[in-house]
Design a protein around this ligand. Sequence first.
Ligand SMILES: Cc1cc2nc3c(=O)[nH]c(=O)nc-3n(C[C@H](O)[C@H](O)[C@H](O)COP(=O)(O)OP(=O)(O)OC[C@H]3O[C@@H](n4cnc5c(N)ncnc54)[C@H](O)[C@@H]3O)c2cc1C
Length: 721
Amino acid sequence: MKKISLVLLLVALVVAFFAFDLQQFLTLNNLKAGMAQFEAWRAEQPVLVGAVYFAVYVVVTALSLPGAVIMTLAGGALFGLFWGVVLVSFASTIGATLAFLVARYLLQDTVQQRFGRRLQALNKGVEKEGAFYLFTLRLVPVFPFFVINLLMGLTPMPARTFYWVSQVGMLAGTVVYVNAGTQLAQVNALGDIMSPSLLGSFALLGVFPLVTKKILAWIKRRRQRAQYTPPKKYDRNLIVIGAGAGGLVSAYIAAAVKAKVTLIETHEMGGDCLNYGCVPSKALIKSAKVAHQMRHADQFGLNPAPPEFSFRKVMQRVHKVIQAVAPHDSIERYTGLGVEVIQGYARLRDPWTVEIECRDGSTQTLTTRSVILATGARPIVPPLPGIEGTGYVTSDTLWSAFAEMDTPPSRLVILGGGPIGCELAQSFARLGSAVTIVEMGERLLTREDTDVAQHISATLHNEGVLLMTDTKAVRCEKQGEQKVLVVQRNGSEEVVPFDALLCAVGRQARLEGYGLEALGIETNRVITTNEYLETLHPNIYAVGDVAGPFQFTHAAAHQAWYAAVNALFGHFKRFKVDYRFMPWTTYTDPEVARLGLNEQDAKEQGVSYEITHFPMAELDRAIVDGATGGFVKVLTVPGKDRILGVTIVGDHAGDLLAEFVLAMKHGLGLNKILGTIHAYPGWTEANKYAAGEWKKAHAPQGVLRWLERYHAWRRGRRAST
Ligand SMILES: Cc1cc2nc3c(=O)[nH]c(=O)nc-3n(C[C@H](O)[C@H](O)[C@H](O)COP(=O)(O)OP(=O)(O)OC[C@H]3O[C@@H](n4cnc5c(N)ncnc54)[C@H](O)[C@@H]3O)c2cc1C
């Protein structure tokens, strides 16, 4: 309503301006003709005339009315160069900012909602370099100013930035026109004021800052790279540092296309995922789920049996699982595939030379055309006072630290309510630990929608996990024999006793110790790469956790394809890494699987969406399996079946998501999923039924009414409705 009133007011003002032919006053001839009268008023009431002039100028620019140039000349003629520039500079900038704000208020939401996704690149560009672009536009008179004001209002540029850049950018032009106004009698046409050479100088001035910035960045890169001379010959086509998911897949691809490739690993083949991450955590989750099912066997008509077990054996199974998967990532396998594997610590000596401190104590130096850095990440340990004294485990150390324990820790405190924290909290609770999650944020799983996080919180709570959200860990202490975590909650300190403290507050990229600093390779929490995954040195690439933006095994493997292909064949064609369809799963019970946008992303990005919701409680297979908690939630483009994103909460959610990944990647909408046969009684039917819910909501009601009449007519009766 407010918006409509504002539109009506603006339209009325503009219509009045033209209806009363007010623009006749804003012509050069009329200005000259009225000059004597204006000067007389100014001599009598200088402040009042100055104020009225200022206000009229603001209104003319704010309403994007023609005549700002004449007003500027008038400013010079009436108030002289100094005061003319002051008045015009402020009035024009305020007017422009008002126009900018009005456009933003009226249209930005609509434009960003409608085109939000497509505008992402533009929005990012404006966030990064918008001030430079605006400055250029202000000085290069290609677009009329009122167009710039209105268009900039639709971008995410802060009003403050718009204001000051406009004021500075318009200053040179203002001085020229105000100065011309001081000699109004000699101005015969507006075109005379700006000579082509003056216009050219302005254009140069306009592009200068942007071009300078680009040139300086280019010089910096050149200078960094010029310090090194490439060797005449190379020992290898590719050296890969780190044999986790990213490194293994990179080396595999290189060997498959017959490149000479060396893979260097300082620790365990398979990296985090195999040794400390996905594999052991999922093995533990399985044991914990069996224990949970035994406890609740009565749900399936069996006598419930409190699980009796030695935790040591559970951990032994975890290690057996690692050993069973290990051959997939082993030195033997990769050597067989044609990859040279060296066990040792690698350092970059220059962009083409890698020095390896081998495990046997020798040092080897190899030259290579390209390098892929796949050095991964390590758990973050928060710098809490006293934490070293009380001790802690991380996802790296818990598998060995707990390996010899006959029972799980009685009281386990987990710092961090993200995916790793939640998965491990549920597992340890099911295996008998009293688990507390301490989370600084207001809820668990902050990347997921509130309803999803609530579902998982409720499940954990029902299984006995104590959830302390909005809670800040302050320090660790020993109180007598007892270890405690002191937390701050609701403004006061509380004490949480523990036997074991697990840090799961995130993982930081490994960035030190292997030559990034010396080579000038930029980092910003992860190694900075471009869309081809190249670092500052275009023959050095980075993938996986060390490169971000995701920290998943499949993301590392996905990037590995781009890095390996660009490293080996980039001189023919380079490929930009594509993250559009990146799924991920949190393996709590029920699982949470995600793809594309969820509601909170869509709102943040201003993308319009419709939601289709299908509860697992209505799925036959979920009822059969006694696993009715959860739902399929699909975001689509309003009125269309095009999928924007999917969240599935439920048993097998991670596997169910695959159908949506395929659909989204290949542009298939919900109608196509609905038209596909899904075996009964399968979990995948949940996807089809979600598509069915969408279809029901979009059934053509008008056509259906006609069909009802048609059938009634065929029966020889009148339709009841
Ligand atoms: C508890 C937990 C559960 C997880 N669960 C999942 C899951 O379910 N699904 C999922 O997709 N992801 C999961 N992850 C994340 C997944 O493990 C990582 O995203 C993945 O391992 C990243 O692979 P990477 O190749 O980037 O790095 P890494 O696997 O960390 O490998 C890097 C390797 O580089 C080596 N290295 C480092 N520096 C050097 C050097 N200078 N010289 C030689 N070698 C070096 C390291 O020793 C390491 O082996 C989980 C992680 C954790 C901790």
